[in-house]
Design a protein around this ligand. Sequence first.
Ligand code: HPA
Length: 277
Amino acid sequence: MNQVYEKLTTCYESIKARIPFEPKIALVLGSGLGDYADTVQAEAVIGYHEIKGFPVSTVAGHKGCFVFAHIGSVPVVMMQGRIHYYEGYHMTDVVLPVRLMKLMGAEILFLTNAAGGVNAGFCAGDFMMITDQISSFVPSPLIGPNIEELGVRFCDMSEVYDKQLQAILRSSAEDLGIDLKEGVYMQLTGPAYETPAEVRMVRTLGGDAVGMSTACEAVAANHMGMKICGISCISNLACGMTDQPLSHEEVKETGERVAPLFKQLVTEAVIRMGKER
Ligand code: HPA
C-alpha cells in the first residue's frame, strides 16, 4: 500500500471506535482562533498525541486535538491546532488531519487562519472570505504516487472555494452586521514574516492576504472532493504597509480581540451550512 495512505488509515483505525458521531463539517481553527473549541459543549476530545502515527504540533500556543461537538444541530469536528509546513513536517503530514476528518465523514471543510493583510483596503481585525488561493510557493501535498482511494491524479481546481458556501458566509455576515471582505489567500512557507519586497510581490501576483497555512489543506481536500470555504482573520497589515515591526503577539492579540465576532460568524454560517441538502 502507498505509505502516505497507510499512515492515514493507521491513524483512522486507531481512533475509529472513539469518534462519537459522523461529522458533517470539519472546522480548522487558526492562530488565536482556537479558543472557539473551548466555547462549545464538547462531546469528545481526541488529543493528536493519542493517535497512532499522527504528526504532533510543536508551536507554542497551539493546542493539538480534535474536538467533536454539535453546533446548533450540526455535527462538527474541530481541529484545535493545525500542523504547519514550517515546523519541518512533510507536506503529506501537514494535510493528514484534513484527510482524516474526511475519512470520519466530513463533507465540508471550513478553514480559518490568521493572515497578513496585503490589500490596501484591509485593516487589522477585518475578516476576509477566501474566494481563491495561490499555493504555488509551497510544495503540493499531492506530489508523489497518486492515492487513487482519495482522488484523481490531475484534479480540477476551478472552484476550490465552493460558491454556495461563499454565498452562505456572505449572507451570514450581512445578517449579523459583520463587514466581510473577500479576496485571494497566498500561502508562503514562513516561518519568518515577509519582507516589504515580498509583500509587494504577493500584491503584484494577485494576493489580498498572506499566511503560512490553509492553501495546502484546501488542495488536499479538493483532491478528495470536499466542499471548502475559508475565512482569514486579518491580524495585521503585512510587512512594510505600516511602520510597525510584526510580532506573533500582535497576531494573537488581534485574534483575541475579534474572537467574539468570529465566533458569531462561524456559528451562524455552520448552522446554515448544516441545513444544506
Ligand atoms: N504574514 C504571514 N503570516 C501571517 C501574517 C503575516 O503578516 N500575520 C498572521 N499570519
